[in-house]
Design a protein around this ligand. Structure first.
Ligand SMILES: *Cc1c(COP(=O)(O)O)cnc(C)c1O
Length: 399
């Protein structure tokens, strides 16, 4: 009998007890709205903003309702207008082109390399088509950020970073999300800290933060943002900026704060699991692991590998065989979007584009979550199953 894995790929760890206690205290107080505070208390939401700004080393931080909301707000705050073109990754998730579309702008997709990062050559070719790049560090893979910044800077292109998968990651020691003009993070359940829904936006630019804060629904309460710019920055901005409510509340902030305090320890646990699986599948014939650059400090909350040049039917066969043994792989290249996966050509609201160099890579990407509820023995078993099933299908095709 072949072994079967029985763990759950979408099971996160419980909220830390201190977070539960803090959330209960918020509920007991009845003051859940972020501006509903008394006396000197700045409240959980503003505390979280201060702590997150400190964690990434950014001047300002704003907590919002979701990662997607943070992205769309960042688009507006840096001045993207309806009809504008915005450069973004072809390999990303739906909320990224969605944030561009939310502003009435249009995505220009930039290709993906076999390292699963944005293709800088393709970016160089397309860079004159837009003034803004929404850079998605998809599945936690950081491109050569030094080269990217140099290229964007030379062309006056503003960089907004989607750090949904890189909260806590670094490039050459710099925290992910602090290289661009704005960094956006998600605190949705499957990301690195979990409040069900939620988002964070960081920047060092006082104007951008003031606009984002007004948009998030601060009414005239912008003075209650200790992690925001001085109130005089709002002199004009408060009249000019529409309110598009999307605030975070104290309840979410209360459960996020202890998770943020513990994030570095969690990252080490994710990376133990990642390296365990990576090591075990690295010799598997037919399968390519993703090389991680020296300058990258990643958070291995998920792992990807390539089945390069495989026929779709064979990839499907690996998926089915692994699923039958309890291992949930996701195929980003599936012809039809399933679950959380989707491809650039399934977002038909975007102008039709073709990326012939990226298509074979997208076709080859398999992806797997590594929740912290898995232990190292789970990782060994999962890797063993993947390797056995990939080998079985691969050997049959070589015969
Ligand atoms: C989850 C995610 C987002 C947005 O997060 P939500 O909080 O779900 O809106 C953005 N980009 C990527 C790559 C994501 O995976």
């Amino acid at each position: 009998m072949s072994k079967v894995f029985t763990g759950n790929f979408t099971q996160q760890e419980p909220i830390p007890a201190t977070g539960i206690e803090a959330a209960v205290a918020v509920m007991k107080s009845g003051r859940i709205h972020r501006y509903n505070v008394v006396g000197d208390d700045i409240g959980e939401t503003a505390q979280l903003e201060l702590e997150f700004a400190d964690y990434v080393g950014s001047k300002y931080c704003l907590a919002v309702a979701s990662g997607g909301y943070a992205l769309a707000t960042a688009m507006r705050a840096v001045g993207v207008q309806p009809g504008d073109m915005v450069l973004t990754n072809a390999f990303t998730l739906a909320p990224v082109p969605g944030a561009i579309a939310a502003v009435g702008a249009k995505p220009v997709f930039v290709g993906v390399t076999p390292s699963l990062t944005i293709d800088l050559d393709d970016l160089r070719e397309k860079i004159s088509q837009a003034k803004v790049l929404l850079l998605s560090h998809m599945r936690g893979h950081l491109c050569d950020m030094d080269a990217l910044l140099e290229l964007c800077c030379a062309h006056g292109v503003i960089v907004v970073e989607d750090c949904a998968h890189t909260m806590g990651a670094k490039w050459n020691g710099r925290m992910s999300g602090t290289d661009g003009l704005v960094g956006c993070y998600s605190t949705q359940t499957y990301k690195h800290i979990n409040s069900g829904e939620g988002g964070l936006l960081v920047t060092n630019d006082p104007q951008v933060m003031a606009r984002a804060t007004m948009m998030s629904g601060s009414y005239m309460m912008f003075g209650k943002h200790p992690a925001g710019p001085d109130v005089d920055v709002y002199d004009q901005i408060r009249y000019e900026t529409p309110n598009m409510s999307g605030r975070m509340d104290h309840l979410r902030a209360a459960i996020l704060r202890p998770q943020l305090a513990d994030l570095d320890r969690q990252i080490a646990r994710w990376n133990d699991r990642y390296r365990r699986v990576e090591q075990a599948i690295s010799d598997c014939a037919g399968l390519t692991v993703i090389k991680r650059p020296q300058a990258e400090f990643y958070v291995g909350s998920s792992i990807q590998f390539l089945l390069m040049d495989w026929a779709g039917a064979d990839i499907q066969s690996v998926l089915q065989r692994c699923a039958a043994r309890g291992v949930e792989l996701k195929w980003f290249g599936a012809p039809e979007p399933v679950g959380f996966t989707s491809r650039y050509d399934s977002w038909t609201y975007a102008p039709k584009q073709s990326l012939p160099d990226s298509d074979p890579i997208l076709h080859a990407i398999l992806d797997m979550r590594l929740p912290l509820t898995f232990d190292l023995a789970d990782c060994d078993l999962i890797a063993e199953i993947i390797c056995e099933e990939v080998t079985a299908v691969y050997t049959a095709t070589q015969a």
